[in-house]
Design a protein around this ligand. Sequence first.
Ligand SMILES: Cc1cc2nc3c(=O)[nH]c(=O)nc-3n(C[C@H](O)[C@H](O)[C@H](O)COP(=O)(O)OP(=O)(O)OC[C@H]3O[C@@H](n4cnc5c(N)ncnc54)[C@H](O)[C@@H]3O)c2cc1C
Length: 380
Amino acid sequence: MSYDIAIIGGGLVGAGFALATVKENPKLKLIILEQYTPNFDYDDTTYDNRVYAISPNNFNKLSKYGVKVENIRAGIINQMSVFGTNSKIEFDRKDCNNKYLAKIIESRNLLAAIYSELSNYPQVEFHYGTVENIVFISEQFIIQSKDITIQANWLIASDGANSFVRRQFNFEMEEIPYYQSGVVANFRCEKSHSSIAYQWFLDESVLAYLPLPDNQISIVWSTDRVNELLNMTKEQFCNEVMIASGSKLGKLELITSPAAFPLKMNLVNSFVKDRVILIGDSAHTIHPLAGQGVNLGFGDAWELALLMAKTNAKVDNADLQRFNARRLLEVRKMQMTCHTLHRLFHNRNFLVDKIRNFGLNMVNNLGIVKKMLINTASNY
Ligand SMILES: Cc1cc2nc3c(=O)[nH]c(=O)nc-3n(C[C@H](O)[C@H](O)[C@H](O)COP(=O)(O)OP(=O)(O)OC[C@H]3O[C@@H](n4cnc5c(N)ncnc54)[C@H](O)[C@@H]3O)c2cc1C
C-alpha cells in the first residue's frame, strides 16, 4: 500500500493535520498510524481532566475544517486574572477582537470531533498499532507497524514529546527539564467562576483555574510537590488547592482523580530533515503556564497542510526551508516567553520580586500593551 503522506501519531495535532490537508486537497492519499485505538465512549456527567485552552484563532480554523465540538461541554474564558506575589494583571475579552479569550475543551471532546469529521474522507486511512521501524529506500519510506508494512512519499511525525520518528532520524534536540510536573484535576466550586480563568504565580509553583460548564473548573498546577499531592486524601488535596488559591472560589469538591505530567522544554534545531517533518509536541514542548502547546502544534499543522495541498505533496526544498524558518521563529518566541516567565517567577531574589511586581502592575495599567498581549495570544 502506498500513500502520499504517512502521519505517525493520531493525537490532536496529527489528526488536525490530516483533516486540514484533505480539506484543502481531497486528491491526496493519507494514512494515520496511531498506537492506541481511541475510546470516545464517556460518561456524560463527568469531564475529562485533560483540557486545553484553545485560542479563538485555532477554534475558528477547526470550525472552518468542519470540526464540531460539543459546545455544551466546553468552558469559555471571558476574563483572566493573573496574580504575582504582590501584583495583578487582568485581561478581558473586551480588550481583544474576539468574543472570548479562549475556549476550554476536553482532549477527548476535541479529538472525537476531529475523528468524526475525518470519517467522511475515505482517502484518509487509519491503522492502529505502534510504529516500530521506518527506513527510506528508493525515494520511499517503508513503515512497519503491527500487522502491516506501508510505503509513503512523506513522513509527518506527530508522535508526541518522546517521538520515535525524531530519534529514528537523528534530529538534534536539547531537553531542558523543569523538575516539575503539571498536576491536573477537576473540581466543583462553591462560588461561581463567572467564566474567569485565574492563575497564581506562587513561590515555587504556578496554579491555574480553568472554567468548565456547570460551575466546575479544571486545574493545572505546575509544581515539584507531585508525589506529596498525589498521595493525599481527597480532602487534603482540595484543601491544598484552596489554600494555594486563597479560597478564590470557596470550597472545592474533587470530581476526577488527579494526574501528573512531567514538564520539560524540548528545543529541536530543525523541524525538517529531507522528507521527514516534525509537528506538534514531537517538534517542541513548552511550559504549560500560557496554555499554548497544542495551539502551537495546530499552527504547524495548518501551515504544513496548506503547503502539501497547494503543491499536491510535491513540496520543493525552498518552500520546505521557508516553512521550517517560519515555524521555528513562532515556536521559539513562545517557548522563550514561557521559559522566561517561569524563570522570572521562580526567582526568589528580593530585587527580582520587586521588578516583576512593578512590571505586572505597569502592564496592567497600560491598555495598549495589554491589548497587544491579548491579541498576540488569541492569534496562535
Ligand atoms: C499539564 C499540561 C497542560 C497543558 N495544557 C495545555 C493547554 O491548555 N493548551 C494547550 O495548547 N496545550 C496544553 N498543553 C500541551 C498539550 O498537551 C500538547 O502540546 C499536545 O497534547 C500535543 O499534541 P500532539 O498531538 O502533538 O502530541 P500527543 O498528544 O502526545 O499525541 C501523540 C500521539 O502519537 C502516538 N504515538 C506515539 N508514538 C507512537 C508510535 N511509535 N506509533 C504510533 N503512534 C504513536 C500517541 O499514542 C499519541 O496519540 C498542556 C500540557 C500539559 C503537560
